[in-house]
Design a protein. Structure first.
Lengths: 389, 342
């Protein structure tokens, strides 16, 4: 047997490994540089403005829904923020509602009641198998736009109005009692946290359960309630009023937002239901039997034994459903909801003509949103993971 | 799946910008001659300008401009292929070389001419923005539109001009922007919007597509200048000149009274030196443009002069019934004016 040769030789596997890795890096960096350089030269040659200066120019067009103040003379950068917030709004509401609905349907699919069980199955099979864009268009054009106009709107107690212009409702503005109220809410939260800690300690020491939930509700109602009695209303309400073409005053949820949120919620909930069902199914029946033999009733068995174990199976696929929901929100361009894709990658791209910059920004936004959701869910997953002792 | 398609189109176009090689003077004509047809970007369906007929052929004044370019280059107006583009896709499609000429009711503005690597070759149609409203609203002037909800097509100058108009008049409005003109028309019909706004020619076209067109009225105001014309890529002067002079040839033919019916006879026997130069009977003016000698004859014979094309697509014999108005020739009360061929 002879010693491997000293120095650099291609027959040395370590040298080969390094060589190939270096070659790969050179290739990837080189390709990136080539693409960047070529694009730059092409843009310059064709006289297409490039760079990000356009973000400071004034936009000059109106936007249907903006969560922060906006006028036409504001910059494209502000338009970007508005698009981002509108996307986040749909994603946020959608995730919460889809999770709630998905859990209910998922549990219903396991119900021994034939009717509930079959209804849940029909729900899942229907909405899971229709493309989301179609569902969005359905809710928008076939449901919300067929509602009566503002003058014939469905009037609920003169405070809520449903029409094809959306859901008009009273709008709140700060009143004199707001700051005491805010302090009171803060106090109530501190009190609830203290109460929960105390109750947990007592439970561990004596095994006596405490009605934490009802005590928390009581505290949250009592302390802010006192502040309202002492210092007056925290908010003053302004009712929507029919004026000219439309309602004026108050707040409005535009039909584009309603249709999009509803469609995405219903679509994603069908998938979440299946994930929840498989998660619960993955917990062996022995666990239920063990809980029963300890004397736990049906509710606590589900809440304290089954769900926590099912969560470990549920969370990872749930994360990808959340990501899908965030990305599907870009389908809103089809119904004119002003989110990232329709507002920024649509209108702004077209008004400025800077396709590469705008598309790059838009793609990084979706990447950032998705990665944030992933990180958050991974953190949560770690927290509830089985701790092996 | 329209949305997906358009997003994909924009993305591939953006990627193509990164990969494609230089545009050079003369490159477009060479490429067009090599592949044997003109690739022409038109609208996604606008009656009178570019819309598929019952047989799927694209008809309209914008489509005819492309046919005229093909007639000038190849002597055959059928050597043209159309790409239907929505407002959002159009510029990227041209920038990336997907189409050779964009003839798609596109407004000529300074930022489009200077900052986007594009250049407008002329004006096919002088237009302006107007408002289409339901008669039930009882509105007779745009000044009464305070608080209205307005449907607009995304990525157009209309978005900007409407905002300007309302700001200038101290009025409030809510814009709802859609990708396609069909979606905005549907929203007007359902009452989501009080007003549909667009170039006036488009309003007449869209009104003709509504379920009950007589319930809707176009308000008298024209709030902006919208000169619509064909666009080419910047940096290829040769191709630019061909498109520009194709349009001029159609206008000059109308001015000289040369029509598709009499053009061949005129080319042989005209006494008018101006017409003789234009139709290639005298001199080699086509050669300067790298076009065949009889380029104008082919344009007029196969497509028609400007007046014929206008009447055929937009005029009194069509459902649109649009007056020549600004688009009449300069010596006939309009502002359409072409420099001479000489």
């Amino acid at each position: 047997m002879h010693n491997p040769p000293r120095g650099l030789s291609l027959s040395d596997p370590r040298v080969r490994a390094w060589l190939f890795q270096i070659l790969t890096i050179v290739f990837v960096v080189g390709l990136g540089w080539y693409l960047f350089h070529n694009t730059q030269t092409n843009l310059q040659h064709r006289g297409i403005t490039s760079g990000f200066d356009f973000l400071e120019r004034s936009a000059g067009f109106g936007i249907a829904q903006h969560l922060i103040p906006y006028t036409e003379s504001d910059s494209y950068a502000r338009v970007f923020v508005i698009g981002l917030l509108n996307t986040l709004l749909v994603t946020f509401i959608g995730i919460i509602l889809a999770t709630l609905l998905g859990f209910i349907i998922g549990v219903a699919r396991l119900s021994p009641n034939w009717m509930i069980n079959k209804l849940a199955t029909v729900y899942v099979e229907t909405f899971r198998n229709i493309p989301p864009l179609l569902q969005i268009l359905f809710w928008y054009f076939a449901v919300f736009l067929t509602l009566p106009g503002p003058r014939g709107s469905i009037n609920i107690n003169d405070t809520f109005f449903i029409s094809n212009r959306g859901l008009n409702m009273p709008g709140a503005s700060l009143a004199e009692g707001f700051w005491p109220f805010a302090v009171a809410v803060l106090l109530a939260i501190v009190a609830v946290v203290a109460m929960v800690r105390w109750a947990n300690r007592r439970f561990e020491a004596t095994g006596e359960p405490f009605h934490k939930f009802w005590a928390a509700v009581g505290l949250l109602l009592l302390i802010p309630g006192l502040s309202v009695l002492l210092f007056g209303n925290p908010l003053s309400w302004e009712l929507p009023e029919l004026k000219g073409f439309n309602f004026a005053g108050g707040w409005v949820l535009i039909p584009e937002l309603l249709a999009l949120t509803l469609a995405l919620t219903i679509y994603t909930a069908a998938f979440i239901a299946e994930i929840v069902r498989s998660g619960i199914r993955s917990v062996s029946h022995g666990q239920t039997e063990a809980a029963r033999s300890l004397g736990l009733r049906e509710g606590p068995t589900l809440r304290k034994v089954i769900i926590p174990q099912a969560m470990r199976v549920i969370i990872p696929p749930l994360t990808s459903q959340y990501l899908n929901l965030a990305k599907n929100s870009s389908l809103a361009a089809g119904i004119g909801y002003p989110e990232m894709v329709s507002l920024f990658a649509g209108t702004v791209l077209n008004q400025t003509g800077q396709a590469i910059e705008v598309i790059a920004i838009t793609m990084s936004v979706y990447l950032a949103i998705s990665i944030s959701i992933s990180l958050l869910m991974n953190w949560y997953n770690k927290r509830i993971a089985l701790i092996e002792r | 799946m329209k949305m997906l398609k358009s997003t994909l189109a924009v993305m591939t176009a953006a990627a193509a910008l990164g990969l494609s090689s230089f545009a050079q003077a003369g490159a477009t004509l060479d490429a067009v001659q090599k592949k044997g047809f003109v690739q022409c970007g038109v609208s996604d369906g606008l009656p009178g300008f570019s819309v598929p007929d019952a047989k799927g052929t694209i008809v309209g004044i914008d489509a005819d401009v492309c046919r005229a370019v093909a007639a000038a280059v190849f002597g055959d107006a059928t050597k043209v292929k159309f790409s239907q583009l929505n407002a959002k896709e159009r510029f990227t499609a041209l920038q990336s070389g997907e189409v050779d000429v964009l003839s798609r009711n596109t407004t000529w503005t300074s930022s489009r001419d200077a900052g986007m690597g594009l250049v407008f070759a002329g004006v096919t149609y002088y237009d302006g923005i107007g408002f289409l409203v339901n008669k039930k609203l009882g509105v007779s002037s745009a000044k009464e539109l305070d608080g209205a909800t307005i449907c607009i097509q995304a990525g157009t100058t209309t978005e900007l001009n409407v905002s300007d108009y309302f700001r200038a008049n101290g009025l409030k409005y809510t814009p709802i922007t859609f990708d396609t003109s069909d979606e905005s028309a549907k929203s007007l019909e359902s009452g989501r919007c009080d007003v549909l706004t667009s170039d006036k020619s488009q309003l007449y076209a869209q009104r003709s597509k509504l379920a009950s067109p007589t319930d809707y009225v176009v308000l008298p105001e024209t709030i902006s200048k919208e000169p619509l014309g064909p666009v080419v890529r910047k940096g290829d002067e040769e191709w630019f000149s061909i498109v520009r002079w194709t349009l001029f040839a159609m206008l000059n033919a109308e001015e000289a009274g040369v029509t598709s019916k009499n053009v061949e006879a005129e080319a042989k026997s005209t006494k008018n030196p101006d017409v003789a130069r234009m139709l290639g009977a005298d001199g080699e003016y086509g050669k300067d443009l790298k076009l065949p000698k009889d380029w104008v004859v082919q344009i007029v014979k196969q497509v028609g002069n400007y007046g014929e094309v206008f009447e055929k697509n937009l005029g009194k014999s069509t459902p649109l019934q649009i007056d020549r108005g600004l688009n009449a020739l300069w010596n006939n009360g309009g502002i359409q004016y072409a420099p001479p061929v000489r």
